[in-house]
Design a protein around this ligand. Structure first.
Ligand code: CMC
Length: 393
């Protein structure tokens, strides 16, 4: 009933109120719970930011210690959950494994499926945050055929993940503090971004009172797409293609302008940011730092910088306010750490998890919550008389 306003892609439709993340696309401002992203990225540990997003305040020393302890007691996966990995083909995309295993958590924690049971929801949030790095690292181990590495709980969140990714039984991986801080920074800048596609998906699924594991699994699926989180993998593939094709960035800028072609510059453009993406600025500076400190040269970084420069000078990109986004430079850091391309979007998912959880929780605390149920404008046939099968042509 009533007038339906059409807004494809929800460009101007506010779906909710929220007190979690503030974003000003014109001025390139991003704040979590009021704190500028630049300050959080410089000073925090990822789980501190997770706490901030979920509970609304930065933790005190004592609160952080308790939180750390809680998270570290839930890092292991149930051994039966491990068996799921045997069923996936070796070349399965790790994002598919991630969403399947997170969805399967709802079969292992059947006492935690009621979104109004606060105690169980609290444990489920901790389980998700604690286990996602293990689930992710095992997805990688599956693809490389190496034995799974179990978590070590005296390590911090990022150290633990890197160790589970890169240790082998014959050699324990020595965690490089530069890699840990680069990864920590990347997870923080990805941690929330208000009503993006995957977060809206988490809210949409959760609005039917579906359990938290099902809701987060749906968010992971939404993130996988190349127009969203999948852009980091697609961006590095594109940069490699440019490298192999003679480093002619201008050719690719021209291709991106050609609508017939369907090719877009991956890691470029954003629905909300129209001047610059503050996350891209932070990540670009971090790229410089890590490559310099590690004395690494990555031609991909040079190509990215040349491509950015060429695009930002081009009328097409200027007119449309298209700038590098969070996915443009992040792959360069992942490569420096040794993370394979197929895992890039998985890293985005680990980073975004606190945001998804915070939104799911905020939605359920809202006394005005209603099931999400958009309307449509019907464009199909008007009423038709039924035709029996023997009379159809
Ligand atoms: N390369 C070339 N042209 C582009 C690009 C691009 N990367 N992005 C947008 N455009 C053009 C688009 O063709 C359109 O032109 P016109 O007005 O002539 O039809 C105009 O710019 C507006 O684009 P849109 O697709 O209507 O904008 P949107 O807000 O619906 O989409 C976007 C935003 C991020 C999906 C889009 O910019 C894009 O596809 N970018 C490449 C993929 C990417 O990097 N995604 C990551 C986004 S940031 C992190 C995240 O959300 O995960």
């Amino acid at each position: 009933t009533g007038v339906v306003t059409l807004d494809p892609g929800y460009v101007n439709t506010g779906s909710t109120t929220s007190g979690i993340t503030f974003l000003n696309g014109e001025e390139g401002v991003l704040r979590y719970r009021g704190y500028p992203i630049e300050q959080l990225a410089e000073n925090c540990e990822f789980i501190e930011v997770a706490y901030l997003l979920i509970y609304g305040e930065l933790p005190t020393d004592e609160q952080l210690e308790v939180y750390r302890e809680k998270l570290s007691t839930h890092t292991m996966l149930h051994e039966d959950l491990r068996l799921f990995y045997d069923g996936f083909p070796r070349d399965a995309h790790p994002m598919a494994i991630l969403s399947s295993v997170v969805g399967a958590m709802s079969t292992f924690y059947q006492d935690s499926l009621d979104p109004h049971d606060d105690w169980h929801v609290e444990v489920s949030m901790v389980r998700l945050l604690a286990k996602l790095p293990t689930i992710a690292a095992w997805a990688y181990k599956k693809s490389s055929g190496q034995p799974f590495v179990y978590p070590k709980n005296h390590l911090n969140y990022c150290e633990n993940f890197l160790r589970m990714m890169f240790s082998v039984p014959t050699e324990d991986y020595e965690v490089d503090p530069d890699f840990v801080s680069a990864l920590n920074l990347l997870l923080i800048v990805h941690a929330d971004h208000e009503q993006n596609c995957s977060t809206s998906t988490v809210r949409m699924v959760g609005s039917s009172n579906a359990n938290i594991f099902a809701s987060i699994s749906a968010g992971i699926s939404a993130l996988w797409g190349p127009l969203h989180g999948g852009a980091n993998e697609a961006c590095v593939n594109m940069l490699e293609r440019i490298r192999d094709d003679g480093c002619n960035v201008k050719k690719y800028v021209d291709m991106a302008k050609d609508k017939e072609d369907g090719f877009r510059l991956m890691g470029f453009g954003h629905r909300v940011y129209k001047n610059f993406d503050p996350r891209a600025t932070i990540i670009k500076a971090a790229c410089h730092r890590i490559l310099e400190k590690q004395k690494l040269e990555d031609p991909i970084f040079d190509i990215a910088r040349q491509l950015e420069e060429a695009a930002l000078k081009d009328e097409y990109f200027i007119e449309r306010h298209l700038y590098p986004n969070v996915d443009f430079y992040s792959g360069v850091i992942y490569r420096a750490i040794g993370i394979p391309e197929k895992m890039f979007t998985v890293l985005f998912a680990i980073g975004r998890l606190p945001g998804w959880i915070a939104h799911w929780r905020e939605m359920h605390a809202d006394p005005h919550k209603r099931i999400c149920r958009p309307r449509q404008i019907y464009t199909g046939p008007t009423v038709r008389e039924f035709v029996p099968i023997d009379q159809r042509s």
